[in-house]
Design a protein around this ligand. Structure first.
Ligand SMILES: Nc1ncnc2c1ncn2[C@@H]1O[C@H](COP(=O)(O)OP(=O)(O)OP(=O)(O)O)[C@@H](O)[C@H]1O
Ligand SMILES: [Mg+2]
Length: 270
């Protein structure tokens, strides 16, 4: 990917509707993410996390501001060019999975390849399905899977093209701890092994602890951030005294609690 930054947002605003009923979902977001970084985004429900992700991924157009992906400005890009860029360089995991019910699991996973006009690579599909623990479900349809399994198909689909940037909206929201850990390991591996850039929305401090940096959104603004010290993940001696992942998750949870508290004073912590 060319350019110094994988993702650049400058002055991003997003307003839904007009006049008195207008919702200001994003109120000026500035952000630069370097290639090979893993960022978690947290914030109360309705704080603008999904809107932020969709604007950053070029799925939605901001009301104001500019977005660059790998040095390419996508704001104002023609729809067909933007779609082509998204299909080849971006992976997106939707909060609501967005699987096509009439296609099999395997067909859903190779869809980004077909849409990009490439021949579906079934070996690669089998590989990512194996990575998300669904090697035996390739021929099923989404309706025959549990919520957590559907979520994992959506993750396999986002990773199948080895995109430069992966945007994931609550990728572990429907998963138990063990499966969530597998998915977080997979995303972490995409960053550490393949140099992918990952941006992940989550409500779970333990999931956010896998990222290099946590951004906190409140009312459409980034009001705080927290960087990880030491290695990612829960650590080898889980539950022990020296568990950097656990301690970090506790710090993240404390920031979230502070964010949710009544806003008597302003965003001085930012
Ligand atoms: N298409 C839309 N039309 C109008 N308002 C919208 C639309 N999409 C989102 N909003 C509003 O924008 C604000 C931010 O929504 P968003 O979905 O980004 O929140 P979120 O942080 O992802 O919340 P959650 O944690 O519940 O998923 C909310 O007030 C929401 O009601
Ligand atoms: Mg959301």
């Amino acid at each position: 990917m060319s350019g110094d930054w994988a993702v650049e947002l400058h002055g991003i605003r997003k307003r839904y509707g007009r006049g008195r009923t207008a919702v200001h979902a994003l109120r000026g977001v500035d952000l630069t993410l370097r290639p090979g970084s893993y960022t978690a985004v947290m914030g109360p429900s309705g704080s603008g996390k999904s809107t932020f992700l969709q604007c950053a991924a070029g799925l939605d157009r901001p009301t104001a501001g500019t977005v660059r992906l790998g040095g390419t400005e996508i704001t104002g890009m023609k729809e067909n060019k933007l779609t082509a860029l998204r299909r080849t360089r971006i992976g997106f995991v939707f909060q609501a999975f967005n699987l096509l019910p009439s296609l099999t699991v395997e067909q859903n996973v190779v869809l980004p390849m077909r849409l990009a006009g490439h021949r579906p690579d079934r070996r690669r599909a089998a590989e990512v399905l194996h990575q998300v623990g669904l090697a035996d479900k390739a021929r099923r349809r989404p309706g025959q899977l549990s919520g957590g399994q559907q979520q994992r198909v959506a993750i396999a689909r986002a990773l199948v093209t080895r995109p430069d940037v992966v945007f994931a909206d609550e990728p572990t929201g429907a998963l138990d701890t063990t499966t969530a850990t597998e998915i977080l390991t997979l995303l972490r591996g995409a960053v550490d092994t393949h140099g992918a850039t990952v941006v992940m929305v989550t409500h779970d401090p333990a999931a956010a602890a896998w990222a290099d940096r946590v951004l906190f959104l409140s009312d459409g603004e980034i009001v705080d951030h927290l960087d990880r010290e030491g290695p990612a993940g829960p650590g080898p001696d889980r539950g022990g005294l020296r568990d950097p992942g656990r301690a970090h998750a506790d710090r993240i949870a404390a920031r979230m609690t502070a964010l949710a508290a009544p806003r008597t004073h302003s965003k001085a912590a930012a």
